[in-house]
Design a protein around this ligand. Structure first.
Ligand SMILES: Nc1nc2c(c(=O)[nH]1)N[C@H]1C(S)=C(S)[C@@H](COP(=O)(O)O)O[C@H]1N2
Ligand SMILES: [Mo]
Length: 333
């Protein structure tokens, strides 16, 4: 069992919405006030509260400049009828507990070391292999897919990922018939990752962050590995250089900055499910009819559609986040 202080760390998952967005709102509000020449005089303490630089306070410095050339948009996941969330919004409102407990970790996450990244694929496979990033992007043809994304905290976005279907990797490593589950492990180094901070006892958290899928879920055409977003490589705050994307599941299933992929014959413990199984189920399929114990899942708020999450546009949550084609994985329900 993990040792956890009171209040329980998983309970912070719903709270940063307020603190972080208060920060962003202050910034935007301040910008507009500065436009009127009022900011510095009326709100001196607020203007001083801006975070000190970690990776540069300028967002553009965190966005990789090199475009991923020649990647075609998938005709199936072309995002017709979807409104893509502006990059300035999605890349400054993130969950990455290794680098902080608020949504405002985009600067702190620049400490993630991504050079010479290796991904070990191991376990119940006939062809275990350690890939570097070049191997992955050369062996598996890249495509762009526009997916809806739904966090368990009831905010949602639409982003253009660049990457390859997980089934390409399955094919390359050839799992044995004993493999039933796959575990994905995120980068973790206690010297580099401060953890959520605040009043959370980071020593009680089950690092490294891990997630898992059933192997038939991983083999579904929707299950995707992203190496890029908005036409370029992933910024660190989005989980560079390789992250999972399973758009029919809540966002916490999508482990970031993956270093290890293991094929196994049992369901492994996973990060949020270990901390609070009644709040974060292993399956974690988006479902408007199954409320989180502390809030409804019937509606979602669209990231970036207003000055504060409280006024972001609301829309109904869709079963499987609008991907009913996965229902065959769950008995057709
Ligand atoms: N390693 C790791 N992966 C993670 C998380 C995390 O804290 N650590 N947060 C998850 C949650 S709760 C969400 S909603 C998404 C957020 O992805 P984004 O910041 O790229 O939008 O990442 C998921 N993957
Ligand atoms: Mo999330």
């Amino acid at each position: 069992m993990v040792l956890i202080r009171i209040p329980k760390p998983w309970q912070i998952e719903s709270q940063p919405i307020t603190s972080e967005t208060a920060y962003r709102q202050r910034r935007r509000f301040l910008k507009s006030m500065i436009g009127f020449g009022l900011g510095a005089t009326i709100f001196p303490s607020i203007s001083c509260s801006r975070q000190t630089d970690v990776g540069g306070s300028d967002l553009s410095k965190t966005i990789p400049k090199d475009k991923l050339q020649g990647v075609k948009r998938s005709p199936v996941y072309s995002g017709d009828n979807l409104r893509i969330t502006p990059e300035a919004d999605s890349s400054q409102y993130n969950n990455f507990y290794e680098f902080g407990g608020t949504k405002n970790i985009w600067q702190a996450a620049q400490a993630l070391p991504t050079d010479d990244w290796k991904v070990e694929v191991t376990g119940l496979v006939n062809k275990p292999r350690t890939f570097d990033l070049d191997d992955l992007t050369k062996e598996f043809p890249l495509e762009e897919r526009i997916y809806r994304f739904r966090c368990v905290e009831a905010w949602a976005m639409v982003v253009p990922w660049l990457g390859f279907p997980m089934r390409s990797l399955i094919k390359a490593v050839d799992p044995t018939s004993k493999a039933k589950f796959v575990r994905f492990t995120s980068f973790y180094d206690p010297k580099i990752c401060p953890g959520p901070g605040g009043w959370v006892d980071a020593s009680g958290l089950p690092w490294p962050y891990t997630e898992s899928l059933r192997i038939d879920e991983m083999a579904h055409d929707l299950a995707f590995f992203a190496v890029g977003i908005y036409g370029h490589r992933l910024p660190k705050q989005h989980g560079a250089p390789l992250r999972m994307v399973t758009p029919w599941k809540y966002g916490f299933k999508g482990a970031k900055s993956i270093v290890k992929i293991e094929f196994m014959n049992f369901q492994p413990p996973t990060y949020w499910n270990t901390l609070a199984p009644d709040e974060y189920s292993f399956e974690a399929n988006v479902n408007p009819n199954v409320p989180h114990p502390r809030w409804s899942q019937a509606e979602e708020r669209l990231l970036g559609t207003g000055l504060h999450p409280a006024v972001w546009e609301r829309q109904p949550t869709l079963l499987y986040n609008g991907y009913p084609e996965v229902s065959s994985l769950y008995g057709g329900v």
